[in-house]
Design a protein around this ligand. Structure first.
Ligand SMILES: O=C(O)CCC(=O)C1=CC=C[C@@H](O)[C@@H]1C(=O)O
Ligand SMILES: [Mg+2]
Length: 375
């Protein structure tokens, strides 16, 4: 495949309402839209890091530096026969997975478009529709969360994820179970807020029939999670601890989790996401697609990967309207039916870029060709 030019645009996309999570409060996404041009086609990817290094070690600025200094020159000066070659090319680079993923995703989309197939097809996905869930941010009170959940349940989301932390856990889950009953597909994301010292609280959560407890312990742990999983009947799901298929293999072998949240950016791209998916399928560990409050471009990548067979739990790929007054894609990501998104069958990601919105939001733009990176 031919990659003739890479463009990097920095966009500031304001959220309709600030989203509070473990890493702090986010009022706007500050991210990079990557365009990979070749043979008359353009593939798109996006960077998903936060503006501060509190979810992982990356930020939009570190990604910008890594792309411009290393990854774009490597992609433009090496032979890329297939998108899998990009992550192979990047193997000597330690971590910086979200930077890798931003450009690798654009190359995957370009490859699919040059082949005239959908990104889902290029990845080997068969699903035509996917069930999706929604992540509720941290709210000031239990009642505020319950109110938010009422709205999302009314919209038809197939899974509700709420944030918990010490002192804002049992009362919240108890209130949600009392309000919606045991049938509500409910999970909790702790974002590493607990330690084994709070085993008693985590065991109390065990009685609420949660689908899973996501990343209860340290962001870089799989040993204590294995101790905890033996004490709980609720499946532990790992997010922050898993950066590669090797991490997933070790966690499964140790019994650290029973479910894995695949975030394409966190693991370095679609090729590694597929590897984790396949490994988990071989070990009967279901996976689902986590979110990083992506724009429609990142959502499109999340939809495509979720079309693979072992994505059996609804992911956090909500509709564009969850966060955006106006998304950067057209059409926007909208429900096919309540809580269900269609998997685009058109070439690549299956969504066009809304250039009016992009031009209104972009704060920086730079393009790179072979001549630029070899001069
Ligand atoms: O994209 C979405 O809607 C999900 C966002 C979300 O829940 C998260 C994003 C980043 C860090 C966390 O707060 C949380 C997660 O860990 O999944
Ligand atoms: Mg998480």
């Amino acid at each position: 495949m031919k990659i003739e030019k890479i463009e990097v645009r920095r966009l500031h996309l304001p959220l309709k309402n600030p989203f509070e999570a473990s890493f702090g409060v986010l009022a706007k996404r500050d991210f990079l839209l990557i365009s990979a041009h070749g043979e008359g086609e353009t593939g798109y990817g996006e960077s998903v890091a936060m503006p501060f290094p509190f979810y992982n070690e990356e930020t939009t600025d570190t990604i910008h530096y890594m792309l411009e200094t290393f990854m774009i020159p490597m992609v433009l000066t090496n032979k890329i026969e297939a998108p899998e070659d990009v992550s192979r090319l990047f193997e000597p680079i330690r971590r910086n997975n979200m930077a890798k993923s931003a450009i690798e995703g654009a190359v995957w989309d370009l490859y699919a478009k040059q082949k005239g197939i959908s990104l889902a097809q290029a990845l080997g996905g068969k699903r035509k529709e996917i069930d999706v869930g929604v992540s509720v941010g941290i709210e000031p009170s239990v009642e505020d969360v319950v109110k938010k959940v009422e709205g999302f349940v009314a919209e038809g989301y197939k899974k509700i994820k709420v944030k918990i932390k010490p002192g804002f856990d049992i009362a919240l889950i108890d209130a949600l179970r009392k309000r919606f009953g045991d049938s509500l597909p409910l999970m909790a994301d702790a974002n590493s807020a607990y330690t084994l010292d709070q085993m008693d609280v985590l065991k109390k959560l065990d009685q609420y029939n949660l689908i899973m407890i996501e990343q209860p312990l340290a962001h870089d742990d799989i040993v204590d999670h294995a101790v905890l999983q033996k004490q709980l009947k609720t499946p532990i799901c790992l997010d922050e601890s898993i950066h590669s298929a090797e991490d997933a293999r070790r966690a499964i072998e140790l019994g650290s989790c029973k479910i894995i949240n695949i975030k394409i950016g966190r693991v370095g791209g679609l090729t590694e996401s597929k590897k984790i998916h396949d490994l988990c399928e071989a070990h009967q560990v279901p996976v689902w697609c986590g979110g990083m409050m992506e724009s429609g471009v990142g959502r499109a990548h999340n939809i495509a990967i979720t079309s693979l067979s072992n994505f059996t739990i609804p992911g956090d790929t909500s509709a564009s309207s969850r966060y955006w007054a106006e998304d950067i894609v057209v059409p926007e990501v909208n429900f096919l039916k309540p809580g269900i998104l269609g998997v685009p069958e058109g070439p690549g990601i299956g969504y066009d870029i809304n250039w009016r919105v992009v031009h209104a939001l972009q704060v920086e733009e730079k393009s790179y060709t072979m001549a630029d990176v070899t001069s």
